[in-house]
Design a protein. Structure first.
Length: 375
């Protein structure tokens, strides 16, 4: 009953949920065909979450598995170019599958393909964050996958557990659910040690917890439990609770809310507070001076518009940290710049509706968005 209450309450309280789906859940490994009944159950869960006013992002494997069958490629380790070809064919089918099961619930889907570079490069990270945020705010369910058609080993996540955690961090999610082939984290490998017990809750990721994960292959999914712990570390640092559960059950999110076995990893605060801490800890690369009106607006939780900027110091790029400075010289916020320093100097003091004319292209209304600011 305690596990049921905890899971149900955590899911019900979440504003934004990221769900990771592995290939083995989506695609029958023997036939290479889609598990349509299971996917329809997941779609019903997504629709139920949406009906409660929650936003959902799905991180889904399966493109290579689907494309492999279509191309008649053997069930062995594929060469990079074969994997990329299979992904190119399979991505279309994967997107179509999600569209077909969510459309009856009047849910619009979008395909978002990313690589590791998109989270490591600050400019790409901001672009990806804005795109995901805009999609879910418009009521769309993004289907995120690694861009296997172009990603090489140097720019790959390599597993969708860590990709899902990075997406959860990027999207400011409250909950990340890893639908796995195991029902949680055990004190030892339960296949080898009959005395192993499952942990209901992990308050903090300690060396002892990492030791329980063992090496690659603890779980059947690629990378095993070790990558799930790595994912948990990313998620909880971003203020996102994470659950590992066995995902093959019909309507897995409903099962989780009704008390299915799982392990919850406790978050470090909430997503918004975690992001503010991350920004405030950065070393500024420039200064943006503002007038008293802008200081007052920032205090009310508003974004910084160009009209309130009086001067720009330093050389910085979009996404770099800058200090926002009041007329008396006090630093009132640290933020991620929405424009390069040169563009900021051109548009400072002007209304946002003048930005396109001043820069020669359509820009963002805010010089610094409120989500990218720590007061």
């Amino acid at each position: 009953m305690e596990a049921l209450t905890a899971s149900a309450a955590r899911l019900a309280a979440a504003r934004r949920i990221v769900v990771k789906i592995g290939s083995a859940l989506l695609v029958d490994t023997e036939t290479g065909h889609l598990r349509l009944d299971w996917l329809e159950g997941l779609a019903a869960d997504v629709a139920a979450c949406r009906a409660r006013g929650q936003q959902i992002v799905l991180v889904s494997s399966g493109s290579i598995a689907l494309g492999r069958r279509v191309l008649g490629l053997p069930a062995v380790e594929l060469a990079l170019e074969q994997s990329q070809a299979a992904a190119a064919v399979g991505q279309i089918r994967l997107a179509r599958a999600y569209e077909s099961v969510l459309a009856p619930h009047e849910i619009t889907t979008a395909q978002v393909l990313v690589t590791l570079e998109d989270s490591e490069n600050r400019r790409r990270y901001l672009n990806s964050r804005r795109t995901l945020g805009t999609l879910v705010d418009l009521g769309v369910v993004p289907i995120v996958n690694e861009n296997d058609t172009v990603a090489t080993d140097e720019i790959r996540y390599g597993d969708n557990d860590r990709l899902a955690a990075q997406v959860a961090s990027m999207a400011g999610a409250d909950v990340l659910v890893l639908l796995s082939d195991v029902d949680g984290l055990y004190t030892a490998n339960p296949r080898l040690d009959p005395s192993a017990r499952r942990l209901d809750v992990v308050p903090a990721i300690t060396p002892a917890i990492e030791a329980m994960a063992g090496g690659t292959g603890t779980a059947l999914s690629k990378g095993g439990m070790k990558t799930k712990i790595m994912a948990a570390r990313v998620a909880v640092r971003a203020g996102c609770a994470m659950a590992i559960m066995e995902g093959a059950v019909h309507r897995p999110l409903t099962a989780l809310a009704e008390g299915a076995n799982c392990t919850w990893f406790e978050p470090d605060g909430d997503p918004r507070a975690a992001r503010k801490r991350w920004i405030s800890g950065m070393k500024p690369r420039g200064r943006v001076m503002v007038d008293a009106g802008a200081v007052a607006a920032l205090g009310r939780g508003k974004s910084l518009l160009p009209a309130g900027v009086t001067a720009v110091e330093g050389s910085f790029h979009r996404g770099d940290p800058v200090d926002i400075v009041a007329p008396d010289g006090a630093v009132v916020a640290r933020a991620l710049a929405g424009y390069d320093a040169g563009e900021a100097r051109i548009i400072m003091g002007h209304r946002s509706d003048r930005i396109a004319a001043l820069l020669g292209h359509v820009g963002r209304a805010a010089l610094v968005h409120r989500d990218d600011m720590a007061l």
